[in-house]
Design a protein around this ligand. Structure first.
Ligand code: UD1
Length: 416
């Protein structure tokens, strides 16, 4: 199922349930390594990245099963922190296994982690924080080796609120001797979820949800039953899908509170949005209004939704500008949108100007990374005629079943 075929220009109607969050599930799955007992993780999305994480956990000695209630992981038999090359290079989130395995085994051997091809994605912040906690790093034959004869707490100040580095510090910190004080922690809701999971297991973390975390290390963690929250990025993708294609939808269980910046942008586009405990209601404008959008760390507008918003603005009622300040190389869809008739001018690695056109035309386009791929599906919903998006395995890394979900909203979308 490499491609997705879309018949555009059908207004979306009805409701769709939002899957569990990828970016919350992956670090929580890594954290199950610290427990050394059986954990039950509910509402884990059945996406390619979770399947890769499950393979990685198995290769490390965990027993992992999907049951009706969720993913059951027993990490009692994990002895060695050596990760197989194929699994690591394909998935950036395998990086959070670094902190978890250091916590568990004090020693890790891994390849440089992969993930989407969006920019250089260095890991210097991870390495320098973990060094302060007593970890020594060496590189041999392209492999990264990490060893901590004594993992200890430290005072760490992150110069940029890196999500991945915060996760690694938390994961290593709960197993370190003494306290770790982290200033400049990322505020993304997925960090709060990770802290909540660890605290349910018996960890003691103060300041969860804030930029200053105090992680009291060295507590014994025990089994728990935990539910992954809904995915704010998937909810945002469908929300912008509705704004672009037209119509009126309910995104069931969408986490409105965590999506304030996204809802604000949807309103600037002319959409009517209403967030309730049931989810988010969206009513699309006749045509999106233009906007000036800048991505930012949470609570700002998420980089993961930048390309979807860009796709919507290709049919905006005027000129829009989008600045991507988190990653470079995150405008890889421009060429494909141009094939569909979009008028977009890239000013530099971080900015684009978009001149809204009245109508996109269906075309054969190619997904090159996860969120850009989802943005092309949204463009297909907006376009006249048929669009075929190939390279869809990128999309399946993060969306359980984007075709089924848009079909539930009345769209004509099939995987082929
Ligand atoms: C980022 C996003 C996160 C998103 C995820 C998946 C931000 C702040 N983070 O998390 O919301 O869910 O991608 O797409 O929006 N950096 C360094 N050195 C490091 C680590 C990061 O320079 O050691 C830089 C990166 O190059 C980038 C920025 O910091 O410019 C964001 O990195 P980080 O938050 O760590 O990225 P992810 O954890 O992948």
């Amino acid at each position: 199922m490499d491609s997705i075929r879309i018949q555009g220009r059908i207004a979306l109607q009805g409701k769709v349930r939002i899957q569990g969050s990828k970016n919350a599930a992956l670090p929580v799955l890594a954290a199950t390594l610290l427990v050394g007992e059986r954990s039950v993780i509910r509402n884990c999305p059945k996406i390619a990245d979770v399947h890769s994480m499950v393979s990685l956990l198995k290769s490390l000695g965990c027993s992992v099963h999907w049951q009706e209630k969720g993913l059951v992981i027993d990490s009692s038999q994990v002895r060695k922190g050596e990760m197989p090359e194929e699994a690591v290079t394909g998935m950036r989130s395998s990086l959070c296994l670094l902190g978890a395995l250091l916590g568990r085994c004090r020693e890790v051997v891994m390849e440089h982690p992969g993930g989407c091809v969006i920019g250089k994605r260095p890991i210097d912040l991870h390495l320098s924080a973990l060094r302060q906690m007593g970890v020594e790093f060496t590189e041999k034959n392209g492999k990264l080796m990490a060893k901590a004869s004594r993992l200890h707490g430290a005072r760490i100040c992150l110069p940029f609120p890196s999500v991945g580095a915060t996760e690694n510090i938390v994961l290593a910190g709960v197993m370190a001797d003494g306290d770790t004080v982290l200033e400049g922690a990322a505020l993304e809701p997925e960090i709060l979820t990770l802290c909540q999971y660890l605290c349910c297991c018996g960890a003691f973390i103060e300041g969860a949800g804030s930029c200053r975390l105090v992680i009291h290390g060295g507590r014994k963690l025990c089994r728990t039953d935990f539910t992954i929250p809904a995915d704010r990025i998937v909810a945002g993708t469908y929300l912008f899908g509705c704004i672009g294609a037209g119509g009126c939808v309910l995104l069931e269980q969408a986490p409105g509170k965590e999506m304030a910046a996204v809802l604000q942008v949807a309103e600037q586009m002319g959409g009517h949005v209403y967030s309730s405990p049931e989810g988010i209601y969206v009513q699309a404008p006749v045509r999106p209004l233009p906007l000036r959008l800048v991505t930012a760390p949470y609570p700002g507008f998420p980089t993961d939704l930048q390309s979807v918003a860009l796709a919507v603005e290709t049919m905006g009622m005027g000129c829009s500008r989008i600045d991507e300040v988190i990653f470079e190389n995150r405008f890889r869809i421009l060429e494909d949108l141009e094939k569909m008739g979009a008028k977009v001018q890239q000013k530099n690695a971080h900015s684009v100007l978009i001149k809204g056109v009245e109508m996109l035309q269906g075309a054969h386009v190619q997904a090159k990374e996860l969120r850009g791929g989802a943005a092309l599906v949204v463009a297909g919903l907006m376009a006249e005629g048929e669009t075929v998006v190939s390279g869809c395995p990128f999309i399946y890394r993060g969306y359980e079943n984007i075709c089924r979900d848009f079909r539930e909203l009345g769209a004509r979308v099939t995987s082929v």
